[in-house]
Design a protein around this ligand. Structure first.
Ligand code: ADP
Length: 557
């Protein structure tokens, strides 16, 4: 082949257009400049800003950071709800090559301090809600040289315990918008998010500009999030939880209107904003959908504008899926992913094979975690890394590969995390059917192993929460004299409801294999949840360690 390009043979002759996230917002400004981001501000009022405004203010953030001596690669942390100011920080920091580090405010202050210090954050921007936490953090995080309260002077507190405190609106006021964005390698670090680390210390996942852009393109496929300019999107999933599933990039990429719920995450507030702004799409973990469903049932309200929702973070219970689809006419998509995957891995779009079998088959199939979009490779392997068949029965370790999947943790925590073929072990246990639908049966660390066989705690929990008196359920494996481990089902009842052990076990009978039947049921006031709203099974296992099984349960097996 003749030389095509002076630099290296044999390259194609297309333009070099680095995949950096500033181009997403540039696109939104030029093509969708008037579309809105509507935020419920922490101060109270609903605030409206356009993509053009967001672009302008994000550039002021960039200048303010540069004038405060922020260098490429510096980590800029946020403790903030979903709102336009938070997005200004994302693009303002990433645009100049700094790393936007979203910190989960639901963690304990000691964990937050540990994460901020591990990340080496130089700046921390926080919402008014978190002032009390930041007052505790300030002396524990000496490397943070600027604390910025995300409000205006009118809402600023009297001078307090926080050194080097700035007020956001004054910090960016009058700053130049004439700043250079991008212009660096697309592999440059853009964002940092720590996994909640139910075992050991949290680990940082360091996203690049390229991975963020490719993840957005992947998620915009119609069988994934499939956004359109016609959508009004409410990310209830927080920006601090794995990039709000990438919505901060994918929504501006298509010019969809954004509606940000701020700090008010209760049923009435979410409903009110959804209804007023005519939200068509929303994304959240199952507990949020459960809460909204309870509110709808109490008030008799409907969801006339909402077209589809994505449920992910933990498995969608059948009762939620059927209720939203059948009672409220909302299409439910079940997704699976993890912080390390930017985070989307699979989505439960329906293939023609299931559509032909009718609604019941479609809905049952939607309980699976779905199929990967282009951009994610997945397979299941045995303990030795050998690929297992896609027969819908054989379970194994779920491993993944792709351009928006972590290749290592921040500061190389945990060492090498890829196998010889470059696959990352998700820590989930799953099977994959011949049509490509993956179903998670457990997290490897939560697996219940009875007599050498795995019992799916997720299946048991999902059926149990279908019982009308049950608010939440967790199945955990506890030591058993004969079978190594047997399942204990821990139940949190809805307020004012009652149910007995026999009621619950009777409800499960016929819905799960006999040998999966929990050996006992324990009722608790509240099932503990982790910082991302998931069942905290580690804590439950500790609470119930040394549990004495009922006599008949031991005898019967
Ligand atoms: P963390 O591990 O920090 O809680 P992630 O949000 O990254 O945070 O959690 C990823 C894990 O959440 C997955 O590995 C999986 O175990 C679980 N998960 C996510 N979505 C689903 C789902 N739809 N069904 C079952 N489990 C899920």
């Amino acid at each position: 082949m003749p030389a095509l390009n002076a630099t290296q043979p044999p390259f194609g002759l297309m333009q070099d257009w680095p995949l950096t996230v500033d181009r997403v917002l540039e696109h939104a400004r030029v093509n969708h400049g008037h579309r809105e981001i509507v935020s419920r501000s922490v101060e109270g009022p609903i605030v409206r800003e356009t993509y053009a405004d967001l672009y302008a203010r994000a550039r002021q953030v960039s200048t303010a950071l540069l004038e405060d001596n922020v260098q490429p690669g510096d980590r800029i942390a946020t403790l903030a709800w979903n709102g336009a100011r938070h997005m200004e920080l994302w693009f303002g920091a990433m645009g100049i090559g700094a790393v936007l580090h979203t910190v989960n405010p639901r963690l304990f202050p000691e964990q937050i301090a540990w994460i901020i210090n591990d990340a080496g954050d130089t700046h921390l921007f926080f919402d008014l809600t978190f002032l009390p936490i930041v007052e505790q953090l300030a002396e524990k995080c000496p490397a943070v040289r600027r604390w910025v309260l995300m409000t205006d002077e009118a809402h600023a507190p009297p001078a307090g315990k926080i050194p080097n405190l700035a007020i956001y609106e004054s910090f960016i006021a009058g700053k130049s918008r004439d700043v250079t964005w991008g212009n660096f390698d697309e592999r440059t670090a853009a964002g940092l998010c720590y996994t909640s680390g139910t075992t050991g210390n949290p680990k940082g996942v360091l996203y690049s500009h390229r991975s963020n852009v490719l993840h957005s393109l992947t998620s915009l496929q119609r069988d994934s999030l499939g956004f359109s300019v016609d959508d009004v999107i409410m990310p209830i999933v927080p920006l601090f939880h794995a990039n709000a599933w990438g919505i901060t990039f994918s929504a501006p990429a298509v010019g969809a209107k954004l509606v940000m719920p701020g700090s008010k995450m209760d049923g009435p507030s979410i409903y009110e904003l959804m209804d007023a702004e005519k939200v068509t799409f929303s994304a959240a973990v199952p507990t949020v959908w459960l809460m909204l469903k309870q509110y709808l049932e109490e008030t008799g309200k409907k969801l006339p504008h909402l077209d589809r929702i994505v449920v992910a973070g933990s498995a969608v219970p059948e009762a939620i899926l059927r209720s939203y689809e059948d009672d409220y006419g909302v299409k439910v998509f079940h997704a699976w992913g993890m912080t390390e995957m930017s985070p989307l891995g699979s989505m439960g779009a329906t293939t023609p094979e299931f559509r032909e079998q009718g609604k019941d088959a479609v809905q049952r199939n939607k309980l699976k975690q779905g199929r990967p979009s282009f951009g994610v490779e997945m397979k299941i392997v045995d303990d030795n890394g050998n690929e297992l068949p896609r027969d819908g029965k054989t379970t194994g370790h779920l491993v993944v590969r792709g351009p928006a999947i972590a290749g290592a943790y921040f500061k190389n925590a945990g060492g090498n995390i890829l196998d010889k073929d470059g696959y990352f072990d998700t820590g989930d246990v799953a099977h994959i059917c011949p049509l490509g639908y993956m179903q998670i049966t457990d997290r490897a660390k939560d697996v219940i192993k009875s007599g050498g066989e795995w019992i799916s705690s997720i299946d048991i929990e999902n059926i149990a929460v279908g019982h009308p008196a049950v608010a939440n359920a967790a199945a955990i494996g506890l030591a058993h004299p004969k079978w190594d481990e047997r399942p204990l089902l821990v139940i949190e009842l809805k307020p004012g409801q009652s149910a007995s052990r026999e009621d619950i076990l009777g409800f499960l009978t016929g819905k799960i294999a006999k040998w999966w039947m929990p050996d006992d049921v324990a009722f608790v006031e509240k099932i503990p949840l982790g910082a991302t709203g998931k069942l905290n099974k580690l804590q439950l296992r500790q609470t119930f360690r040394g549990y004495t099984w009922p006599e008949q349960a031991v005898a019967a097996r």
